[in-house]
Design a protein around this ligand. Structure first.
Ligand SMILES: NC(=O)c1ccc[n+]([C@@H]2O[C@H](COP(=O)([O-])OP(=O)(O)OC[C@H]3O[C@@H](n4cnc5c(N)ncnc54)[C@H](OP(=O)(O)O)[C@@H]3O)[C@@H](O)[C@H]2O)c1
Length: 358
């Protein structure tokens, strides 16, 4: 679906993904209107002050996804919804489980109901690798959310609303993530890493936004999209970023996995390899072979598992250094050279480190 002349609403539009999404959509997709929906007026105010977002097609709605009446009002006249609002800190979700359930699960249900009632045509909800075989509450709430969105396609009662989910891994350089942490710590000569064997999938914010835009174009409703992205171990990342530092091992933390799984083996029989991405097909009778054919994918082998340790696509040291240098040029990881367009874009992904995020 092209976004030209469409009204697009993004819940969580002031977050990392949301800001990058709004910037790219305003710059490249000619929407009629883009609505940012989130709770905190300060984050919205700061976004409004940023020259990147000085655009009269942009609107800001204060609201909470826990409040279905507010969502009903906000979704009136909206064509496309991207659902990015979530509580996503693993420890915060463990200690405040009812809050995580209210935002990530009840909020998802509210978005689905409001989208159907207001005749929104397409909804893409963001998910995480932590939702596959979850071991923490954050992942478990996102798994519930994924299932609600996929099943939401059966609730439309002949209406035109379609729901799909996009699942991806860690965002490289995002607030509180390991890359800015290593860069900060390396000035002290000691960096802390959980376990050098630990592996993760890595994606940049721009890649995540472009993948969601691609999903919007190809979705039939019911797909769980997984991009093919590279993985890297913590040991390799530490060696690339801070080769001369002491690497102090602090051990795996509660709620963390040694390796992340994006597609568990149990879902292989429903998974299509669609070249640049995978689609986990829904296990519902309304999903037909004809619908699946639109993706021109091929079924993956029975014992297939898409996990960060066995992923054949590895992030090389050079690729990591290039991306990290583009995001944090002041760290001096590479000698300064001419800046190409890709580097300029990736710099927009970089965020100041705060606390450690999911
Ligand atoms: N970052 C990652 O590494 C990563 C990886 C995979 C998947 N994801 C998924 O991607 C999505 C976006 O993540 P992100 O990194 O952009 O998160 P983020 O930077 O923490 O932003 C979260 C956004 O949601 C809003 N929000 C939170 N609770 C809300 C509520 N109850 N009602 C309305 N808005 C609410 C926040 O604004 P207010 O606080 O002002 O409401 C903010 O705009 C999430 O669904 C996350 O699970 C993230």
């Amino acid at each position: 679906m092209h976004l030209e002349n469409q009204t697009v609403l993004i819940t969580g539009g002031t977050g990392s993904f949301g800001k990058q999404f709004v910037e790219i959509v305003l710059r490249e997709c000619r929407p009629r209107k883009v609505i940012v929906f989130s709770r905190d007026e300060l984050k919205q105010f700061e976004m409004q002050q940023n020259p990147k977002y000085q655009d009269d097609r942009l609107r800001f709605f204060l609201g909470d996804v826990r409040d279905v009446d507010r969502l009903q009002r906000a979704f009136a006249g909206v064509d496309v919804v991207i659902h990015a609002a979530a509580l996503k800190q693993v420890p915060a979700a463990e200690y405040n489980p009812f809050e995580a359930v209210k935002t990530n699960i009840n909020g998802a249900q509210n978005v689905i109901n409001a989208a159907i009632d207001q005749g929104v045509r397409r909804v893409v909800a963001l998910s995480t690798d932590k939702a596959a075989n979850p071991v923490n509450l954050y992942g478990a709430t996102k798994l519930c959310s994924d299932k609600l969105f996929i099943a939401g396609n059966a609730y439309t009662g002949g209406g035109t609303t379609r729901f799909s989910v996009v699942r991806y891994g860690n965002v490289l350089g995002s607030r509180g993530s390991v890359l800015p942490l290593f860069l900060q710590q390396r000035q002290t000569g000691v960096i802390t890493l959980t376990d050098p064997r630990m592996t993760r999938f890595w994606i940049t914010l721009e890649q995540a936004v472009r993948f969601v835009l691609r999903a919007l174009e190809t979705m039939q409703g019911g797909e769980l999209y997984v991009p093919k992205i590279p993985s890297m171990s913590m040991g390799e990342m530490a060696a690339a970023i801070a080769p001369d530092c002491e690497h102090r091992i602090v051990g795996i933390r509660p709620g963390e996995k040694m390796h992340e799984v994006m597609i568990p083996e149990d879902e292989a029989h429903r998974t299509l390899d669609c070249h640049g991405y995978y689609v986990i097909q829904p296990a519902f009778p309304w999903w037909s072979h004809d619908t699946a054919a639109a993706h021109r994918g091929t079924p993956v082998p029975e014992n297939f598992r898409y996990a960060s340790d066995t992923n054949p696509q590895k992030m090389s040291r050079d690729e990591l250094l290039r991306l990290a240098h583009a995001m944090f040029p002041e760290a001096g990881l590479l000698p300064d050279g001419p800046i190409d367009e890709a580097t300029v874009r990736v710099r927009a992904d970089a965020e100041v480190p705060t606390t450690r995020a999911a």
